[in-house]
Design a protein around this ligand. Structure first.
Ligand code: PLP
Length: 494
């Protein structure tokens, strides 16, 4: 069977900056006459706040605006255009029913400042989602407020700090394994903790001895990702939790990799006390251009009193907001949360249903292991330990031929694939971290495998060519050093 790769140089059009287009007084809209009585903007706002003209403001007709953004979108690559194996990021397909539900008029037109009586449906959805997320993680209560995974980490750590203070003790350290995502030490530091790194064992696991050695009465919590960023299940977690708890510390689970566990295993049952979710990873909400996200935090009972306010309370069929929580850490976000994202995640969970939830994890793990099995004779595995939902290779075999991880990533673009995560996790030299997610069919996994196999063959016959890739993309290989040293961040007319 021949496998056609998606990479092709099709009709992709050049496009100037929007500021270089248009002509004065060209317009792309017509507005009805204002029904606001005449007021003088300068008198109302202060003359210094009112401009006659906006310098360099592009003025374009509707079709020019349309073409501009459609062309730019065609330069882009997303989960709607193809296979997106960016490890750790869980770039699964975002089902369009999520979008439909988030646009139901009752949700779309609600205002965050409405009193609870007017927002009963929204509160019911959030209350239900909190319960589902607590159940999936094996926890007792959830806050939906945090706006991203990293924000959830910070919130979880604030809860841990409040808990220790509530116990009348001050603890200053967070233990973080060397395989951790950069946000883990960053969130800990932002929360005022000192970060103590714990070395992973030779098989990529965290080993109880290393934790026991680092665990003192000064440690507030151990923060681990499970499966970790090597795609390896932390099989000693029960024993490790016992060590941490015995010294009065808490167990924090970075839940970014929950896609490998949902419906199969629950962090709360393993001994974790707090977890953040990344709804844009596990529950199929858009990653957006860093746009509105949600990183809910689920906790065990001992941390519940500290959760952000307001809490959504249900009495019979009525929902209300409880602000009277004396031990709360306060608010971590304006209003309630990024509500539209919550509607999408709720839809996804309902669409899958409790009985099928484990299929997400099973298929994600199956896909990653299929790719692993098909490529392991060509690309060197970072660890022989079994993989969960993602697999980490290195460029060791190709490096001998003069081709690096970066070269391979660039060549993949020519063949029509987004590159995997590269050079992360940091403890693996020249890592390529591949996460197909459960969204991909066997055919699309096979296409990717064929592309990786072709690349490996090319490194044997034409290694020289790799320094010039990509050749078929709209922009050629960029000069990373130049881009970092002399970034062009602002456009100004000549
Ligand atoms: C993505 C990720 C994060 C950060 O999540 P954001 O939602 O991007 O802030 C933290 N830890 C791990 C392991 C991740 O993969």
């Amino acid at each position: 069977m021949t496998t056609n790769l998606p990479g092709a140089s099709g009709l992709v059009l050049e496009e100037n900056l929007v500021f270089e287009q248009g002509s004065p007084d060209r317009v792309g809209y017509s507005l009805p006459k204002s029904d606001v009585p005449d007021i003088d903007p300068k008198a109302a706002l202060g003359a210094e706040n009112v401009r006659e003209q906006i310098a360099f403001f592009p003025e374009l007709a509707e079709n020019e605006v349309m073409r501009h953004f459609v062309r730019l979108s065609q330069w882009n690559y997303g989960v709607d255009s193809g296979f997106y194996p960016l490890g750790s990021c869980t770039m699964k397909y975002n089902p369009k029913i999520n979008e439909d539900m988030s646009r139901l008029a009752g949700f779309l037109n609600s205002h965050p400042a409405w009193p609870a009586e007017m927002a009963q449906g929204n509160l019911e959805l959030m209350h239900r989602l909190e319960a589902m997320l607590a159940e999936i993680a094996g926890m007792d209560a959830t806050t939906l407020q945090p706006a991203a995974g990293a924000h959830g980490e910070l919130t979880g750590l604030m809860l841990i700090r409040a808990y220790h203070i509530g116990q009348g003790r001050k603890r200053s350290k967070i233990l973080v394994p060397d395989s951790a995502h950069g946000t883990n030490p960053a969130s800990s530091a932002l929360c005022g903790f000192d970060v103590v790194e714990v070395k992973s064992g030779p098989n990529g696991h965290l080993v109880p001895e290393a934790v026991a050695e680092a665990m003192t009465e000064d440690v507030a919590a151990l923060m681990i990702t499970n499966p970790n960023t090597l795609g390896i299940f932390e099989k000693h977690v029960g024993e490790i939790a016992a060590i941490v708890h015995a010294k009065g510390g808490l167990m924090y689970n970075d839940g970014a990799n929950m896609n490998a566990l949902v419906g199969v295993a629950r962090p709360g049952d393993m001994g974790f006390d707090v977890i953040q979710y990344n709804l844009h990873k596990t529950f199929s909400t858009p990653h957006g251009g860093g746009g509105p996200g949600a990183g809910p935090v689920a906790v065990k009972k001992i941390l519940e009193p500290f959760l952000p306010v307001p809490r959504i309370v249900r009495k019979g069929d009525e929902y209300s907001l409880d602000w009277n929580r004396p031990q709360t850490i306060g608010k971590v976000k304006g209003h309630m949360a990024n509500f539209g994202v919550l509607v999408r995640a709720y839809t996804y969970i309902r669409e899958i249903g409790q009985e099928h939830m484990r299929r997400i994890a099973e298929l994600a793990v199956l896909n990653a292991n299929y790719i692993r099995a098909m490529l392991k004779d060509r690309y060197k595995l970072a660890y022989c330990t079994p993989s969960m939902h993602e697999v980490v290779f290195t460029d060791k075999n190709q490096k001998d031929r003069g081709v690096t991880t970066m070269d391979i990533a660039k060549r993949l673009l020519d063949l029509g694939f987004h590159a995997p995560t590269v050079y992360f996790p940091l403890i693996v030299h020249a890592a390529m971290m591949i996460e197909p997610t459960e969204s991909e069919s066997k055919q699309s996994c096979d296409q990717f495998i064929a592309a990786m196999a072709q690349i490996d063959e090319e490194t044997k016959t034409d290694a020289e060519a790799f320094h010039g890739y990509p050749r078929r993309t709209f922009r050629r290989r960029l000069d990373d050093v130049q881009a970092a040293r002399k970034p062009v961040l602002r456009w100004r007319p000549e």
